[in-house]
Write a protein that binds this ligand. Structure first.
Ligand SMILES: *[C@@H]1O[C@H](CO)[C@@H](O)[C@H](O)[C@H]1NC(C)=O
Ligand SMILES: *[C@@H]1O[C@H](CO)[C@@H](O)[C@H](O)[C@H]1NC(C)=O
Ligand SMILES: *[C@@H]1O[C@H](CO)[C@@H](O)[C@H](O)[C@H]1NC(C)=O
Length: 334
């Protein structure tokens, strides 16, 4: 293997390394996961894979906050040499606490004459309890348990009652439902948790899911809307409090923000202290780390006469014709 090629491989894999002289075989190291979130008190294993390594002259160490981790306490280092000059370098941490949170580094060094060729790679360990709601303004469906609680009051609340078709009323919903609000065959009430402040440190993660629009869609989302043609005769729709962007009168328009820039099967990180809802984007609900997900739906029996239901832009998984069916994803801690 030429040096050029080795350098290319290292750059391509995004590793940090120090080049010392001209080596024929540089060690390469890669984390299996770059970021791990876990629960307080749980056990976790950080794993790095190395190539161009061998038990004779490769030294491996794990570092935490710049210090070499010594065997013992709640941390156990393990090295398994595998065929083909590869190796599995793992760090097992038991009873994870706040003290263990931070950046870990696995470092491999190979003696090359009187110098060391070093390859390093980083893994970030977080506690779920430190994950915050992403920044930006948006709204989520409110579960029966209420808006997720945080250290600070994060959510404004509002509700929307839609008077759906009164003649042979067929509005319906999945049961049991965890969506807050009175529902009858001619009434669908939804409650909303609305984040009006831009505060937050992280962006919404890539994936396949939707939220309600409030102000500008956060980065990565595309907007869309659904118009519900509600009951025309003696309509008693009611909207109160803080609501997602839309138009709330005798008919209803609600705006959405949807994204489809990642796999729904790759769990994303969101706060897991309390139950919450996202809206389903397509064939399956987005997975969220540490949370169990179930799908729920609501069916609005819309005005039968000269129905004016309408969709535009990107909207959640739905069925919209003369009636509207919308799919939700409900999350509770595993
Ligand atoms: C690497 O080692 C860790 C800890 O011994 C183990 O849990 C993991 O399954 C190993 N992975 C592979 C692919 O060998
Ligand atoms: C886990 O760590 C906490 C402190 O963070 C300690 O109070 C507790 O006794 C530990 N539990 C075990 C099983 O070691
Ligand atoms: C509501 O939906 C359930 C499940 O799909 C169905 O069994 C039931 O007949 C529906 N009720 C009405 C009034 O459409």
């Amino acid at each position: 293997m030429s040096v050029k090629f080795v350098v290319f491989v290292l750059n391509f894999l995004g590793c940090n390394y120090l080049m010392s002289g001209v080596a024929s075989v540089f060690p390469v190291v890669n984390p299996v996961q770059r970021s791990i979130a876990t629960r307080k008190g749980s056990s976790v294993t950080l794993v790095c894979f190395g190539r161009n390594v061998n038990p004779l002259d490769t030294m491996s160490v794990w570092k935490f906050k710049g210090q070499v981790i010594k065997q013992g306490g709640n941390k156990k280092v393990r090295t398994r040499w595998l065929p083909g000059g590869t190796g599995n370098f793992s760090l097992h941490i038991t009873n994870v606490s706040d003290k263990d949170v931070g950046q870990y580094m696995c470092s491999l060094s190979v003696a090359n004459f009187n110098k060391l060729d070093v390859a390093e790679s980083f893994i970030k360990l977080k506690l779920y309890s430190s994950v915050r709601w992403p920044k930006g303004t948006y709204a989520l469906p409110m579960p029966v348990s209420g808006c997720p609680k945080g250290k600070k009051a994060l959510w404004s609340e509002g509700f929307l009652k839609q008077n759906t078709e009164d003649t042979t009323p067929l509005s319906n919903w999945s049961r049991p439902t965890h969506l807050k609000g009175l529902k009858k065959n001619n009434v669908i009430t939804q409650h909303f948790c609305v984040k009006e402040k831009k505060s937050g440190s992280d962006e919404w993660p890539a994936g396949k899911y939707c939220i309600f629009k409030k102000g500008k869609c956060p980065p990565g989302f595309e907007e869309g809307s659904i118009k519900w043609d509600d009951e025309d005769t003696k309509n008693d729709n009611k909207a109160s409090g803080v609501l997602p962007d839309g138009d709330y009168g005798k008919d209803t328009v609600v705006d959405f923000c949807c994204r489809s820039d990642g796999s729904a099967d790759k769990p994303i990180e969101l706060p897991m202290r309390e139950p919450f809802f996202l809206l389903k984007h397509s064939s399956s609900c987005q997975l969220v780390m540490g949370m169990l997900v179930t799908e729920e739906w609501v069916f609005w029996d819309c005005e039968d006469k000269e129905n004016k239901n309408l969709v535009s832009g990107k909207i959640p998984e739905s069925f919209v014709a003369k009636d509207v069916k919308l799919y939700y994803c409900y999350y509770i801690e595993k």
